[in-house]
Ligand binder design. Structure first.
Ligand code: GLN
Length: 486
């Protein structure tokens, strides 16, 4: 196996800058790997080979000429296919956008271009990012590189499996209720959802606007910090972006964690938690104790309501956001003689079953007479969930939980039972409701060899503390040095 594909993005960036490796050589190594393994894994909707090689050649020229280079000069990255790259197809894994070409760059893409990154391909997701397994993609299901009978998680399952299968050193995902952290956990990689407002959402397909965030997916914690350095920052094109200075996340990552207070919410360590998950988390706690962290039991008393609140809010916002796909303005159009039929048939044929379910649930929750009982009530409970976190962060610097209640389940195991599927987000959605940052880092394997992740949650805009705790754990363990055998 070519050594290049095992290297971290940080290492690749250094070697490309020092001219030890060329960007073309690196890009070709990942594309070759993708051509060999992706027919089995199916992480990519499209591999943008020509585009990537052109970008790589540009980076190599820049480096050869001694011109100023970016932080990710020449380094390949896979992009979830709900983020726009100008002139490249963007499907959101939906038939309704199957032939849609992006007319402009998302802000994160603009920033990545400036940093010199090379776009290697667009990755599969659950249609419009609605799901936890990528089984809701209109095109195909992505497989978990550690065991292809299992799901890679979702909705950013394509991005997670691409990084895990070493077909890209980095990827972008989006996270509305766990879609970066849960697939990262399933595939044994690092995934981070930034504080709401930290990274511009401009040019990402809107699912639930008060919850959506774009974030990094990577093999190591340093790579996550490096990528967040590039994509974070205020953007006037996104009215929910917040103008808080962006620190250099790499600068503080190696700091000591002695005395760091970590909370263990009692509501997350419940009976029924998978025993392999429980064991891995307990071992991680021991490692943190050795490094000098202190553990405190805390309570997030409204946790029980989080799944219900999340599904009311995300469906309501989705029903409003997806109204724009009317067969006229974007993508797929069913040809009919009158306008109403055209709307109905375009949407009827263009959207898949999960998307339709959510539009219907959301439309119902927002309708006159039900608004106060559902959407209004959910917003109030959301405030209580937010307050739970504010109170907890008065006592602790970080919160540690499992990322998901079980390791990645088998393909098909939950696809006929939406409620079971919704429950796989139980540990990740409160973070989005409270707007705080969260990340999943690999912390072990189940007896069957499926990766397990743990989640760290931090105060708003305190990704720095999260990074240094994640890094400290990573340095004490070997999980990030293991690769699936495919
Ligand atoms: N699995 C969750 C859902 O189905 C979260 C999705 C996401 O974060 N995009 O809504």
């Amino acid at each position: 196996m070519n050594e290049i594909i095992k290297m971290s993005a940080t290492t690749l960036a250094e070697k490309i800058k020092n001219k030890e490796l060329s960007s073309v050589e690196v890009t070709k190594a990942f594309i070759k790997r993708a051509k060999e393994t992706d027919p089995k894994i199916k992480a990519y909707i499209s591999i943008t080979e020509e585009y990537a090689i052109n970008q790589a050649e540009e980076s190599d020229k820049k480096i050869a000429s001694g011109a100023e280079t970016g932080e990710l000069e020449g380094v390949p990255i896979a992009i979830k296919d709900n983020i726009l790259i100008e002139n490249i197809k963007m499907t959101a894994s939906s038939k309704i956008l199957e032939n849609y070409t992006a007319p402009y760059d998302a802000t994160v893409i603009e920033k990545l271009k400036k940093a010199g990154a090379v776009f290697i391909g667009k990755t599969n997701l659950d249609e419009f990012a609605m799901g936890s397994s990528t089984e809701n993609s209109a095109f195909f299901t992505t497989k978990n590189p550690w065991n292809t009978e299992h799901i890679p998680g979702g909705s950013s399952g394509g991005s997670a499996s691409a990084v895990s299968a070493m077909t890209a050193p980095l990827a972008l995902g989006t996270d509305t209720g766990g879609s970066i952290r849960q697939p990262a956990s399933c595939c044994g990689i690092v995934g981070l959802k930034p504080t709401y407002g930290r990274v511009s959402r401009f040019g990402a397909v809107a699912f639930a606007s008060s919850l959506d965030q774009i974030g990094p997916m990577s093999k190591t914690v340093e790579d996550s910090a490096l990528l967040l350095n590039v994509i974070a920052g205020f953007d006037k094109k996104d009215s929910t972006s917040i103008n808080v200075p962006v620190p250099d996340y790499l600068e503080t990552i190696k700091q000591d964690i002695k005395g760091l207070k970590i909370g263990l919410p009692k509501e997350y360590f419940i009976d029924g938690l998978d025993s392999d998950v429980k064991k891995s988390i307990e071992k991680a706690i021991e490692i943190y104790k050795k490094a000098g962290a202190e553990f405190v039991e805390i309570s997030l008393p409204h946790t029980d309501y989080a799944v219900a609140v999340y599904y009311i809010i995300c469906c309501s916002e989705a029903s409003a956001n997806l109204a724009r796909y009317d067969g006229v303005r974007y993508g797929f159009r069913a040809e009919c003689d009158n306008l109403l039929d055209e709307y109905q048939k375009s949407r009827g044929q263009g959207f898949g079953p999960e998307v339709k379910r959510r539009i219907m649930l959301g439309t119902y929750a927002l309708s006159a007479g039900y608004y106060d009982a559902y959407y209004g009530k959910a917003q109030k409970v959301r405030t209580l969930i937010k307050q739970d976190f504010e109170n907890a962060f008065k006592k602790v610097d970080l919160i540690l939980t499992p990322s998901a209640p079980t390791p990645a389940f088998k393909i098909g195991e939950k696809s006929s039972d939406p409620l079971q599927m919704y429950l796989s987000d139980i540990f990740t959605i409160s973070c989005n409701l409270a707007a705080v940052p969260g990340m999943s880092i690999p912390c072990g394997f189940s007896e069957k060899g499926i990766p397990i992740g743990m989640q760290l949650l931090a105060r708003n805009f305190d990704e720095q503390t999260m990074f240094k705790a994640a890094y400290s754990y990573q340095q004490a363990t070997e999980w990030h040095k293991q690769f699936p055998n495919i």
